[in-house]
Write a protein that binds this ligand. Sequence first.
Ligand code: PEP
Length: 252
Amino acid sequence: MPTPLIVGNWKMNKTASEAVAFVQELEQQVRVPKGVEVVLAPPFTSLPAVRQALTGAQPFRLAAQDVHWEDRGAFTGEVAPPMLRDLGCDYVILGHSERRQHFGEEDEHVNRKVSAALRHQLLPILCLGETLEQRERNQTDEVVTRQLTRGLEGLGTTEVAKVTVAYEPVWAIGTGRAATLTQAEEVHGLLQGLLAKLAGEAGGHVRVLYGGSVTPDNAGELLGSRVIHGALVGGACLKADSFAKIVATAGS
Ligand code: PEP
């Protein structure tokens, strides 16, 4: 069984000074259970402050919420992989549905970002998931299959093994309507089968997280599943007490 991973995606929330105060709250309230990995993903602007504020009391690791695929150059407003490594990031969230929906990210962009991240020792968290319309048209399998295969195109098996996949049905993100265990397990099973086909044994090492309205109330059921290897948490990670409860659940 892979190491459970809980990722808190802060999205576009908290200034650097708010982030420092929040890290102090997190260090007081969150107890990372043995054998569980916890990653904080603040906005770019708060990464240095968060890194500095972390005392090491809890083994939190850092993620960015996006990255550009080039190492440097004339890409105004973008952030390159070496810049994130330099700030102490281990992970980077890629292909989040909000980036696909509001910023025109296509599978091809996501694929370039995944490769660039790996080239710079950043571990990609590749997000994918269907919209409500796609689910209602029975296109879920086709959509997530395409997003996974295109997202990982061109990678060798050792590289695939370093990726984490996050299944995030778009209709469940920020809506308070999480997927049922059955719905999540069906897609997780499909993704794990695809990963095994794509990368053989290495594919079996890939963690598949669930994301979409995870709360302290539903985390127990979701994280209790053998095929759900952790959670990508949005709204509920912005309050130290609810994030602490979700993290504690991952260890039980
Ligand atoms: C997310 O942003 O990845 C997410 C899952 O958000 P929420 O938990 O708020 O649905």
